[in-house]
Design a protein around this ligand. Structure first.
Ligand SMILES: Cc1cc2nc3c(=O)[nH]c(=O)nc-3n(C[C@H](O)[C@H](O)[C@H](O)COP(=O)(O)OP(=O)(O)OC[C@H]3O[C@@H](n4cnc5c(N)ncnc54)[C@H](O)[C@@H]3O)c2cc1C
Length: 507
């Protein structure tokens, strides 16, 4: 429980740029990106150990691209692409078939994977520990927060020893999950999108091979029964059965181990698997606001939660992190004014709301599909690619705020590996050389990486957009595009106006 009034005996005060409270997927991703920004970061989690059992299992291609930036691509060899999703009615008649595997996409990765969250968290905790400019507090609980005007004070206590610490920081980001204490401290309100459900989640590792389950990486949902049942293969040998509870179902009764044995009995007898989890979760669709109050910010589940039907809760939290880290970097270094942080919520909130509303609709509709007598056509899943809300983008440009592609450069490297976590300009050299001296010096002032090639996949992508130059933001969304040198002059000037303190931009 956090409060703003209790003072602790503090034997040592540590000063950092950013305190990240919560080391779930959001906080660990944010901590790593702040490290790439060169900031001093403290990451805190009440859990001493990385989580042992996965919650999130699905990663999309955009998030895999973020994993690439975070330095966890080596785990991809153990991720599994997804297969076909079949939706059955109560008599096991097929209602719908959806191929979830769109192969390698313009993001440079497979469209959708199943992954193992504990491995991801373990690697990122290790990076945080190794980071010379960082401090890790695993097994520490944040007990109070205080706004000290030009800084914030975070008091924490080691659970095992009752040792107290105080950290002074320029900013605090609450990545502390759905029951966020930081959100409470900030006095946020929440919008309820009205899709509250409970599910029993049973994860197992089968100890015997079974041929009565869907082949390969295929999955199914059986709707139109009292408790709709979903089966998916999660990473490696693990499989997940998920049973949706009715409003009058008793959570405690469903969480009994015997219930899991019962649910799995059509496929496995109890001695044929090792049970990893048997928990009842409550899904809510909530959006908090505001996401920033002075030097306090929210990211991930603390800012928004959604039912799991699109597998986008974690992915959305990681998008928050990629959007926020470069902005905090610029503000802390004094390169941009504090109000750059306003654009975090204006951009991210409409984007995540698209997923939250759709997940809520799907959760409420899971039984509404009708079975047909014939095998339904195989539908192909489509990527949702919402546009960012207004913020750091060229307002006049219809591609601003859309997700960029990730082509391979002539040397065969993926674009983000060449660029790093920073702004990039990809331009036809003739167009670039025709720009003004002011543009060239502004590119330097803004620290924009200018890609030194314009051929093959890179050129095809840019010209395919009907452009001769594009500016990509560190979070891989487009700032804007230009068709010639004069337009590029205007585009770079607009970027300067968005990022630089007004005095500098006017000079
Ligand atoms: C069963 C299930 C399946 C899901 N499947 C998917 C999926 O397939 N794909 C997907 O994208 N998403 C999925 N999600 C959603 C996803 O798991 C969450 O959106 C994501 O994990 C949220 O991450 P987070 O880091 O924001 O919060 P959390 O993971 O909740 O992390 C918050 C952290 O803050 C710490 N903390 C809180 N308060 C304090 C304090 N006072 N002091 C110190 N530490 C504190 C906690 O210990 C915790 O580690 C699923 C969720 C569930 C439950």
């Amino acid at each position: 429980m956090m409060n703003s009034t209790v003072e602790h005996d503090v034997d040592a005060e540590i000063t950092v740029d950013v305190v990240v409270i919560g080391c779930g997927t959001t906080g660990l991703a944010l901590g790593r990106l702040l490290e790439l920004e060169g900031l001093r970061v403290a990451v805190i989690d009440r859990g001493r150990m990385p989580m042992a059992r996965p919650r999130a299992t699905h990663v999309d291609d955009e998030t895999m691209r973020a994993f690439q930036t975070l330095g966890v691509r080596h785990l991809e060899k153990d991720f599994s692409p997804m297969g076909i999703y079949r939706h059955y009615d109560d008599k096991w008649r097929i209602v719908m078939r959806m191929d979830m595997n769109r192969g390698r996409t313009e993001q440079g990765w497979q469209s959708d994977y199943m992954f193992h969250q504990p491995d991801f968290e373990a690697v990122l905790r290790g990076y945080a520990y190794n980071y010379a400019n960082g401090g890790t507090y695993f097994g520490w609980e944040v007990t109070s927060l205080k706004d000290a005007g030009d800084s914030v004070l975070v008091d924490l206590r080691e659970t095992a020893t009752a040792l107290d610490r105080r950290i002074r920081a320029s900013f605090v980001v609450g990545c502390d999950g759905a029951n966020s204490g930081v959100r409470e401290f900030m006095g946020c309100t929440q919008i309820d999108h009205r899709a509250t459900h409970r599910s029993l989640i049973v994860d197992i590792i089968p100890l015997v091979a079974k041929d009565n389950l869907p082949p390969g990486r295929d999955a199914f949902i059986q709707g139109a029964i009292r408790n709709p049942l979903t089966f998916t293969r999660i990473a490696g040998p693990r499989v997940r059965f998920e049973l949706m509870l009715r409003p009058d179902d008793d959570s405690a009764a469903f969480a009994r181990t015997e219930k899991a044995y019962d649910v799995l009995s059509p496929w496995f007898s109890p001695e044929e698997y090792r049970m990893l989890r048997c928990d009842v979760y409550e899904w809510r669709s909530l959006t908090a606001g505001p996401w920033r109050a002075g030097r306090f910010l929210l990211a991930g589940d603390s800012a928004h939660t959604m039912p799991p039907h699109l597998g986008q809760g974690m992915c959305s939290g990681i998008r928050d992190a990629t959007n926020l880290a470069w902005k905090l970097g610029r503000v802390v270094r004094g390169e941009s004014p504090m109000n750059l942080l306003e654009t975090y919520e204006t951009e991210r909130r409409p984007h995540v709301d698209t997923y939250t509303r759709l997940s809520a609709r799907l959760a409420n509709k899971i039984e509404a599909l009708a079975a047909s007598e014939e095998e339904p056509p195989l539908l192909r899943a489509e990527a949702l690619r919402p546009r960012l809300g207004p913020g750091v983008g060229d307002d006049a440009n219809e591609l601003a705020g859309t997700l960029s592609s990730q082509p391979r450069t002539a040397g065969g490297r993926l674009l983000d590996d060449v660029v790093g976590y920073r702004f990039a300009l990809v331009a036809d050299p003739a167009v670039l050389s025709g720009t003004s001296d002011r543009t060239k010096s502004l590119l330097e002032t803004l620290g924009i990486h200018v890609l030194q090639e314009f051929s093959g996949e890179v050129r095809d992508w840019v010209t395919g957009l009907g452009a001769a130059a594009v500016i990509i933001r560190p979070d891989r969304y487009l700032f804007g595009t230009a068709g010639d040198s004069a337009e590029l002059d205007v585009l770079v000037a607009a970027l300067g106006t968005s990022l630089l303190p007004s005095a500098m931009s006017a000079s």
